[in-house]
Write a protein that binds this ligand. Structure first.
Ligand code: C2O
Ligand code: CU
Ligand code: CU
Length: 426
């Protein structure tokens, strides 16, 4: 809804039931529905106002993952929405076209609330992206794919018991895409853009087509890449996004699946091969242009500009030996500063690293240049055991001495257990 110059979204956290393919309906939670939530969409420069009603029996929050915004509007663990209450954050969209998402961020309860179904996509548009010859007909040749794994017990209820293999939390055998088990998509154009989101609690996915075909990676967490990257497999850990463009032949059927992931750590869960979604191409396909050679400008952040270096060691439910404490501010950052953060997976667990408010660039991984698919804007990055990842980021100008932002492992059980810290921008 547009009120004057403000785009207003009415969101309601609610409970319901969903058909997840079991014999019984599954109790689930959703936003404006029974499972997951609507795709939100706004343009760079636009003011947005959210009204988030909590109709659930539990306190929750709603966090805008990947969004650059004031900490008070971030929807982290400090912005609680009690049952029956409404939370109304507002901000102005100030970042490039990208595929972001939203989900609860209740300290100690994020894994549970996301697993029950609270999540959705948040697409940012901008005029530069709109000028490019890319598929952008939403629901036709531009498809959001929220990919998750669920475990259902005999009664059809979501089963959150721990996996035998890992301390990472639930690893499910039922794949749901946009909340649908056993999904397929009709294809009517030669090329389709897929906005892939790993919305799972713990499982890494390695997206690849069953016939091994190439696709073009055009965007990562924070926006378009400089140039498309041709690849045949894309690994995304929980929270990460990738935009790919894939081409189809008339009449064919091909399955996108998840192959075993090269995680580089001792984490053993989530290594099976699973079908994600089948694409069914029509006998006649509308022509699609080739992906442009040049996509967006991604100005490299310069390590020489960094005024501060920090390091973060993730192990045993801690970062730098400390469990998350809502009352402790771990890092204080100067507004506008460029910083280098070195992040290390020190115990071989299933860890990645997510920073709120900023998009970063990967400088190097264990001293090596990042591969081409990790040279764009990112807000979440996978960590291989004992391979330090150096990130460079420039902080914004939303200052506060009251409200912190979070950084954490996005394996949700780890986050809940305390592998999270807080920083303030002052
Ligand atoms: Cu997607 Cu701090 O979260
Ligand atoms: Cu986030
Ligand atoms: Cu972790």
């Amino acid at each position: 809804r547009v009120d004057g110059d403000v785009r207003t979204f009415d969101l309601r956290l609610q409970s319901g039931t969903s058909d997840l393919g079991a014999d019984h309906l599954t109790p689930t939670w959703g936003v404006n529905g029974e499972l997951l939530g609507p795709t939100l969409r706004a343009e760079r420069g636009e003011a947005v106002a959210m009204r988030v009603h909590n109709d659930l029996p539990e306190t929750s929050t709603l966090h805008w993952h990947g969004m650059h915004l004031p900490a008070e509007m971030d929807g982290g663990p400090h912005q609680l929405i009690e049952p029956g209450n409404v939370w109304s954050p507002t901000w102005t969209i100030d970042q490039p076209a990208s595929t972001l998402w939203y989900h609860p961020h209740l300290h100690g309860g994020t894994a549970d609330h996301v697993y029950r179904g609270l999540a959705g996509m948040f697409i940012i548009d901008d005029p530069l992206e709109a000028e490019l010859d890319l598929p952008r007909d939403y629901g036709v040749d531009d498809l959001p794919l929220i990919v998750q794994d669920k475990n259902l017990d005999d009664d059809g209820e979501l089963d959150m018991s721990e996996s035998f293999f890992a301390s990472a939390g639930v690893i499910g055998e039922t794949i749901v895409v946009n909340g649908t088990p056993g999904p397929y998509a009709d294809v009517t154009t030669e090329a389709v853009r897929l906005r892939l989101l790993n919305g799972a609690n713990a499982r890494p996915f390695t997206f690849a087509f069953a016939d091994g075909r190439d696709f073009d990676l055009i965007g990562t967490d924070g926006g378009l890449l400089e140039t498309p990257v041709a690849m045949d497999a894309l690994q995304l850990s929980p929270g990460e996004r990738g935009e790919i463009v894939v081409r189809f032949e008339p009449g064919e059927r091909v399955v996108l699946r998840s192959d075993p992931s090269d995680t580089g750590n001792v984490f053993a869960g989530g290594q099976d091969r699973l079908d994600i979604i089948e694409f069914r191409a029509a006998e006649q396909l509308d022509p699609s242009p080739r992906v442009p050679d040049q996509l967006a400008e991604v100005p490299r952040l310069d390590p020489e500009d960094a005024s501060e270096e920090r390091s973060f060691r993730l192990s045993d439910s801690t970062i730098n030996g400390l469990e998350m404490d809502m009352e402790r501010v771990d890092e204080v950052v100067e507004a506008g500063a460029t910083e280098i953060w070195t992040v290390t997976n020190a115990d071989g667990g299933s860890h990645n690293f997510h920073v709120h408010d900023v998009q970063f660039q990967v400088l190097d991984i264990d001293g090596r240049e990042p591969p081409p698919h990790l040279r764009g804007w990112k807000d979440t990055v996978w960590l291989r055991q004992s391979e330090p990842v150096r990130l460079i980021m420039r902080f914004g100008h939303h200052t506060s001495t009251e409200w912190p932002y979070m950084f954490h492992c996005h394996t949700l059980r780890h986050e809940d257990e305390g592998m999270m810290g807080q920083f303030m921008v002052v």
